[in-house]
Ligand binder design. Structure first.
Ligand SMILES: N=c1c2ncn([C@@H]3O[C@H](COP(=O)(O)OP(=O)(O)OP(=O)(O)O)[C@@H](O)[C@H]3O)c2ncn1[C@@H]1O[C@H](COP(=O)(O)O)[C@@H](O)[C@H]1O
Length: 108
């Protein structure tokens, strides 16, 4: 069953972890370490997705993509943003041609 509410639930947990002891929580440590550490994890997990895709194993791809999405949620939280901000942007683009979106980016 599709359950996009999981994005909200993980985000709520990330928010709770903001004030937790970094020695007891991976998320708390990541947020405490700051943006560069989060960006490093996003880059590492992106590379893992690339390797999994080349490997072609679907289970591996899903696991690595979950790691990437999770770290992207932490990065969004670092900026006081959440998954709904990205979903709103995808909704805005819905029905728009990809070429129109590209042209809109060029014109600003
Ligand atoms: N979804 C996740 C999740 N996905 C991946 N990870 C962690 O992300 C890390 C992935 O990094 P790597 O694969 O490079 O593994 P690693 O070598 O252990 O990582 P590093 O220690 O080098 O950073 C692992 O430590 C995973 O445990 C996650 N950690 C937490 N969550 C969610 O966040 C919640 C809160 O977690 P805590 O803050 O740990 O309580 C959990 O209940 C989950 O819902």
């Amino acid at each position: 069953m599709t359950d996009s509410a999981i994005l909200d639930r993980v985000t709520e947990t990330i928010e709770v972890r903001r004030s937790a002891d970094p020695s007891t929580s991976y998320v708390s440590k990541l947020l405490h370490d700051g943006q560069d550490k989060i960006l490093k994890k996003v880059a590492e997990e992106s590379a893992e997705v690339l390797l999994a895709s080349k490997d072609g194993d679907k289970t591996h791809i899903v696991r690595e993509m979950a790691d990437l999405w999770f770290h992207c949620l932490v990065l969004l939280a670092h900026h006081n943003l959440g998954p709904n901000d990205v979903l709103d942007e995808l909704r805005r683009r819905e029905g728009m041609s990809g070429l129109d979106e590209k042209a809109a980016r060029k014109t600003g």
